[in-house]
Ligand binder design. Structure first.
Ligand code: UT7
Length: 334
């Protein structure tokens, strides 16, 4: 699936927002929980700390906080929201969708609300769906949100995975771009279901319900073949980046800032090297938050926006990769 210039009307990002829970969990604190070290985590991943949601703080609560901030920046009232899409792999409940709870929290009762499940690529999948929907005139506006409470789905006794993930949410408001300002220029999505087993939560679904007999096996937690995923991530994100840039009619040299999925600094560095983009043009915040899956690109976009790392007229490349396997990219003229 690939979208370039065939849109009925251009669509822009009119506001961004993010929310990170207060509690910080450092690498040093993890040393007391599993056999690991700050040195290993920092050198192999670039992560130094991550945020952990409070007990009663759910994905929908974090999502709503991020959405409120994005709506405020865009100047859209909750009652005027047409469409809410939440990208998450850590929903409050299997059904209904987390987006329904978000609608309730926001008081956005005139909206249509649903979730997308595309793991770390989810926010960009939501962007694509919302963009098409607004461009075609089906909706006047949309709030897209990447939100995760991964701490509830991590096996805290498995050092291979528990050091990697964190909680948080990021959001963006999409509006028609009447004067062409702030436009989404291109986007690209991809999926390889043949690699579904590389990164998953094997239990808790219909394929493997949690029972008294298997409860000790912690099957409803994230399982990953890290090295394999790493290789796929570098190749898929590089290809996705190049495709979106080409569809936008640009070259890599025209990109002012790359905002990649925040899973591993070594993956980000490898992609930047292959794209021949200097490190000063790559946004990184995984040292503070770890891998927040669908929330990562959204949080990074909001930080880049609010700290002035992106300026009006800049070309931004968003690129992500995750379980599925899935990948996604978009080029935006800020
Ligand atoms: O967001 C969705 C996409 N996800 C990703 O993109 C993640 C991709 N994968 C990765 O980022 C990396 O593969 C990891 C960070 C998960 C692992 O790094 P790695 O360099 O691939 O390490 P490894 O899995 O090959 O493990 C190397 C060694 C092993 O020990 P032996 O077998 O060599 O003795 C592991 O047991 O490091 C050991 N190890 C650890 N040691 C200390 C694994 N985790 C830890 C740990 N602390 N937390």
């Amino acid at each position: 699936m690939n979208s370039g210039t065939c849109f009925l009307r251009p669509v822009r990002i009119a506001g961004t927002g993010s929310y990170l829970p207060e509690k910080v969990l450092t690498n040093h604190e993890l040393e007391a929980m599993v056999e690991t070290s700050d040195e290993w985590i920092a050198s192999r991943t670039g992560i130094r700390e991550r945020r952990i949601a409070a007990d009663g703080e759910l994905t929908s609560h974090m999502a709503a906080q991020a959405a409120r901030r994005a709506l405020e920046q865009a100047g859209v009232a909750p009652a005027d929201v047409d469409l809410i899409i939440v990208a998450t792999i850590t929903p409050d409940t299997l059904t209904p969708a987390t987006a329904c709870y978000v609608q309730q929290h926001l008081g956005a009762l005139n909206s249509v609300a649903f979730d997308v499940s595309a793991a770390c690529s989810g926010f960009l999948y939501a962007l694509e769906i919302a963009r098409h929907s607004i461009a075609a005139g089906a909706f006047r506006n949309a709030v897209i949100i990447g939100a995760e409470k991964l701490s509830a789905f991590v096996n805290w006794t498995d050092r291979n995975t528990c050091v990697l993930f964190g909680d948080g949410a990021g959001a963006a408001v999409l509006l028609p771009s009447e004067n062409g300002h702030g436009r989404i220029l291109s986007s690209h999505l991809g999926t390889d279901g043949a690699q579904a087993e590389l990164l998953n939560i094997p239990g808790g679904g219909a394929a493997c319900p949690i029972t008294l007999e298997n409860v000790d096996q912690r099957l409803a937690t994230l399982a990953m073949q890290g090295r394999e995923v790493f290789k796929h991530a570098v190749n898929a994100m590089r290809r996705a980046a190049e495709t979106a840039i080409e569809k936008a009619g640009l070259t890599t040299g025209d990109i002012d800032l790359v905002i990649p999925h925040q899973a591993n600094l070594r993956i980000i560095d490898a992609i930047a090297e292959r794209l021949e983009v200097g490190k000063d043009r790559v946004f990184v915040n995984l040292d503070k938050y770890g891998n927040t899956s669908a929330a990562a690109v959204a949080i990074a976009l909001d930080e880049a926006n609010r700290t002035g790392a992106v300026k009006t007229g800049d070309h931004i490349l968003l690129v992500a990769f995750g379980a599925g396997l899935t990948w996604a990219s978009a080029v935006i003229e800020w």
